[in-house]
Design a binder for this molecule. Structure first.
Ligand code: GTP
Ligand code: SPV
Ligand code: MN
Length: 576
């Protein structure tokens, strides 16, 4: 450990080295430093105590998938959907950028745990970073400080993370993963998924590689417990791509008309799952906080998130109001003026958004009013259903259920979604995003599908698998489904499918709700809209199967025969 830190110190040449212990005094000191440097702006401590604002560089606001690399010695071990670089080349290239990159700065040694301490679901990471903003975010999103040294003990088994914002130069920005060395090097970005190395880099890319070797799963999934009026809790995991509704579903507050139903939050972004001794699939939240999308979050859409971020939170790239609180598009009430995310004066007539479309809040999970009493259970929670979903204006109905695990794996493997502001690039383009893992595969995708099939064989009580789509439109801009809290109606059908209570009918794509089996009491929902939401357009689906074939070609060799079988079976059912 010490030797590695010394080596990295020699490379990056910081003026100072600081080992963080995670204490409250240390936090206060770091905040002070950050405010002094201008990395954080102190917000109104009376109204939102412990809250700060960070404005990033204007070109450093989302994940840069084009600059993200998996560095395996053999190219074929990396998915053809990601960028690959040989480890030797990557160490050399990034080494040159890291060389002296921390001159005049402090290198913070940030030890933390992903997963649940003292459990099989625990991984220690030590991230070296020259960003105090990054260190303070990790402190919220992971269990940080002394606890990590305790967990590590004498072991040398930890992820080595090296991070520097360096000069934020686009041409010198790289996020490189070395699964074979359990290491991550990231340089040139301070943005969440690029810089908070425990999150996507470790808990998904590196962990998915380890999970395959060790027989478990690391997934881009939210986790909830859905409580029925009888008090029974059904745990559900859900994989939706970035900015497609995981945090909102994880904190859902059911509509008034659905008395007795309740959703408990376990996690909102990353789930680690293992088969328990009883043959069920158990999941934990790999994180300790939420790095949530700000725009669209309001008391109307997500009251639990609004309550969570009232204190001890860091806001990134949102609008600063005159009273020292914050605002973003979609939040209740529009301020008459403020300072926009780039620090410029703003009014509603400015013609520009006040908050960046991928602006975020970082808040401790423990502050969430709906946090599940089980969220830190070292065993995890037993999963009864897995949801896949995305943004699809067309084609995908509101909900359908897979016939079995293998079919469900095929549904996940072929899911698609429109791109969002969470990643740099054009927004609104439909792309395949298997299991919402497209930007996060730590290894070859065809092997990942095989791993899903193999895991299915190990799970005696397999979760049911569903596909949902809250984003179908009427052909224009309007969503057919009201979404947010009303999604509870779909969750209820799913829970009741798990208990054998809800009715379904067989269609070529899977089981679908029988007319009247989705609870619409208290919701104004024209029959015609419901019909559109649950439509299976056979011709459009046949076209879809052709596009799936194209996608399979992109994935290269090694596609499991089970997936190809499911593809052929879908085509047969659609033609029959
Ligand atoms: P990441 O943190 O990027 O992984 O995103 P996420 O999957 O957690 O998505 P999140 O819940 O933050 O939602 C992203 C955006 O979609 C926000 O602007 C939400 O307001 C909006 N959204 C979430 N759920 C729904 C829904 O049911 N219907 C509609 N129309 N919009 C939704
Ligand atoms: C996502 O993009 O899926 C996020 C935010 O959850 S980030 O941490 O940037 O990955
Ligand atoms: Mn995410």
């Amino acid at each position: 450990m010490k030797k590695w830190v010394e080596e990295m110190q020699l490379l990056c040449k910081p003026d100072k080295l600081e080992w963080l212990d995670g204490s409250e005094t240390e936090k206060q000191r770091l905040i002070k430093e950050a405010v002094k440097k201008g990395e954080l702006v102190e917000l109104n401590q009376k109204k939102i105590p412990g809250c700060y604002l960070h404005r990033s560089a204007p070109n450093d606001v989302s994940r840069t998938e084009n600059l993200t690399f998996i560095c395996t010695s053999r190219k074929e071990d990396t998915t053809p959907l990601a960028n690959w670089m040989a480890p030797k080349e990557a160490y050399k290239k990034l080494g040159e950028i890291f060389e002296g990159a921390m001159k005049g700065r402090t290198m913070y040694v940030v030890p933390f745990i992903m997963g649940i301490p003292k459990s099989k679901f625990s991984k220690v990471c030590v991230q070296l970073t020259d960003s105090v903003y990054v260190a303070l975010n990790i402190r919220i999103l992971a269990r940080m400080g002394k606890i990590a040294w305790k967990e590590l003990g004498k072991s040398n088994n930890f992820t080595r993370g090296l991070h520097s914002v360096a000069d934020l130069n686009e041409n010198r920005k790289f996020i490189c993963h070395f699964p074979e060395d359990n290491a991550i090097w990231s340089v040139g970005s301070g943005y969440g998924g690029n810089a908070l190395l425990g999150k996507k880099c470790l808990a998904l890319r590196i962990a998915s590689h380890q999970a395959r070797k060790e027989g478990w799963m690391a997934e881009h999934m939210m986790l909830i417990g859905v409580e029925s009026p009888e008090g029974k809790i059904t745990y559900i995991a859900g994989a939706f791509p970035s900015q497609c509704g995981k945090t909102n579903l994880a904190m859902l507050k059911p509509p008034e008309s659905m008395k007795g139903w309740r959703v408990w939050t376990v996690g909102d972004d990353i789930a680690w799952m293992r088969v328990g001794s009883d043959g069920r699939l158990y999941a934990v939240n790999a994180e300790a906080g939420f790095f949530g999308v700000a725009p669209g979050t309001s008391y109307k859409t997500n009251p639990n998130a609004m309550e969570t971020l009232k204190k001890n939170s860091i806001f990134t790239n949102v609008l600063l109001k005159e009273d020292g609180t914050v605002w973003w598009e979609g939040m209740d009430g529009v301020p008459s003026k403020g300072t926009d995310w780039q620090g410029n004066p703003w009014t509603p007539d400015s013609g520009k958004p006040g908050a960046q479309p991928n602006s975020r809040f970082t808040a401790p999970a423990s502050q969430c009013p709906s946090i599940s009493p089980e969220w830190e259970n070292p065993k995890g929670v037993p999963i009864s259903a897995i949801l896949f979903g995305g943004r699809r204006a067309k084609l995908a109905p509101l909900v359908y259920e897979a016939f079995n695990w293998q079919h469900g794996t095929f549904i996940g493997a072929t899911m698609a979604s429109e791109t969002t502001a969470a990643a740099t690039g054009q927004v609104g383009i439909v792309r395949r995003d298997p299991m919402a893992m497209l930007p996060f595969f730590g290894y070859r995708t065809t092997n990942y599908f095989r791993h899903w099939i193999e895991m299915g064989k190990k799970i005696r009580t397999q979760p049911k698998i569903f596909h949902v789509n809250w984003f179908k439109t009427d052909g224009g801009q309007t969503f057919l489904w009201p979404g947010f809290r009303e999604n509870m109606r779909v969750l209820k059908w799913i829970v009741e499918r798990c208990s054998g209570k809800a009715d379904a009918e067989k269609t070529p794509i899977g089981f679908m709700p029988k007319k009247g089996s989705i609870d619409l009491i208290g919701l104004e929902m024209p029959d015609s809209a419901m019909k559109k939401l649950l439509l299976v357009d056979k011709n459009a689906w046949l076209q879809e199967t052709i596009e799936q074939e194209e996608f399979f070609k992109e994935l290269g060799s090694g596609m499991p025969k089970e997936i190809l079988e499911e593809h052929a079976a879908l085509k047969r059912r659609l033609k029959g």
